[in-house]
Write a protein that binds this ligand. Structure first.
Ligand SMILES: [Zn+2]
Length: 346
């Protein structure tokens, strides 16, 4: 029997933030299926938009095109929500297979970043939060607003529901990765997840639940490095794109040249002419928004990964999580396999 799949992204939820006392919903899912105690591996940069695009396509940023919070479109760097995905999404695959798909996102930009206009139902409408919507302190939809949006549709009639809850990200950014307020938010977001699951309990034996996070978070010091200026200063012929505690360098350069920049501590080659750079712990790039926590570097690349639900496939998937390190590009193929979807409907 084909499962109905609920794929939930708890934005910036720590990979090891699961416990039976503080996050009983996640702990209950982990008992049914399993979870990755050492965490999954995000794509780089370890930020929201590249990882969500990878969740729904199953390919890395160098293929789907959403490199960071901005990405190039015809040579011009634009906000991620304006970047058309260069790889088929689960929403398109469901449409081609006549399956019902739903995409609900606290971070309104994700409607566009994930191509959710192709879903049967998406929220918020056209990626614009309604005026009446409850918001977190960074202006994204509150967890409760997403829960209410889910309650207003027949979630149990969806073959695939992709749902993102944003508030842990907001609180960890503002208060710090390990602040008491952040730990309180884990419990609150776990309760919101519990509310989402309630409407599916009547068909639990048909339901597979996958819960992940997109990235972790690290503390940052006040101030931010302008690596773009450093690269210009050294005469490097690269575009430097700041993304929290990481940067992309795109252009004709070498690892040696990039490691020679004063504020670069590590370099990873990703694809032709594309590198990820990062600095010492505590250093962020671009603009100091006054945040206590940031993400982007490989230090923040571990993802929560939990599977549960009443469907028989939850057990084997849980065993796999105990054995292997899942990556951000593994989930779309797993979902396609279990729903019988073909990539791009082909
Ligand atoms: Zn995020």
């Amino acid at each position: 029997m084909r499962p109905r799949i609920l794929f939930v992204i708890l934005d910036a939820f720590p990979f090891n933030g699961l416990s039976s006392s503080s996050t009983p919903t996640l702990a209950g899912l982990a008992r049914e299926g399993g979870w990755s105690q050492s965490g999954g591996q995000s794509v780089l940069s370890a930020s929201t938009y590249p990882n969500h695009a990878s969740f729904v396509t199953g390919v890395g940023p160098e293929r789907h095109g959403v490199l960071a919070s901005r990405a190039p479109v015809d040579g011009e760097w634009k906000p991620a929500r304006e970047v058309p995905l260069a790889s088929p999404t689960l929403f398109e695959d469901c449409r081609a297979a006549d399956l019902r798909a739903v995409g609900l996102f606290g971070d309104q930009n994700l409607v566009h970043v994930c191509g959710a206009l192709e879903a049967d139902v998406h929220w918020p409408p056209q990626g614009q939060l309604p005026d009446s919507c409850a918001r977190g302190l960074l202006g994204y939809g509150a967890d409760q607003a997403v829960v209410e949006a889910a309650a207003s549709i027949e979630l149990n009639a969806a073959d695939l529901a992709v749902i993102q809850l944003d508030e842990v990200d907001t609180v960890r950014h503002l208060r710090g990765p390990d602040a008491p307020e952040s730990r309180e938010q884990y419990t609150a977001t776990d309760a919101a997840l519990g509310e989402l699951l309630e409407s599916l309990r009547g068909q639990w034996a048909e339901t597979l639940v996958i819960v992940v996070s997109d990235h972790d978070m690290e503390p940052v010091e006040p101030g931010a490095v302008d690596l773009h200026a450093e690269a210009l200063d050294r005469g490097l012929s690269v575009h430097v794109e700041h993304d929290g505690t990481a940067c992309w360098a795109v252009g004709d350069t070498t690892e040696e040249e990039l490691l020679g920049l004063p504020s670069v501590d590590g370099v990873q080659w990703v694809a032709d002419r594309h590198w990820i750079l990062w600095g010492q712990p505590g250093q962020q790039y671009g603009i100091d928004f006054g945040l206590a926590g940031q993400h982007g570097s490989p230090r923040t690349a571990r993802q929560l990964a939990v599977v549960g639900g009443g469907h028989a496939v939850a057990g084997p998937l849980g065993d796999w999580l105990r054995r292997e390190t899942p990556t951000g590009t593994d989930w779309a193929p797993i979902i396609r396999h279990n729903l019988g979807l073909l990539v791009g409907g082909a």
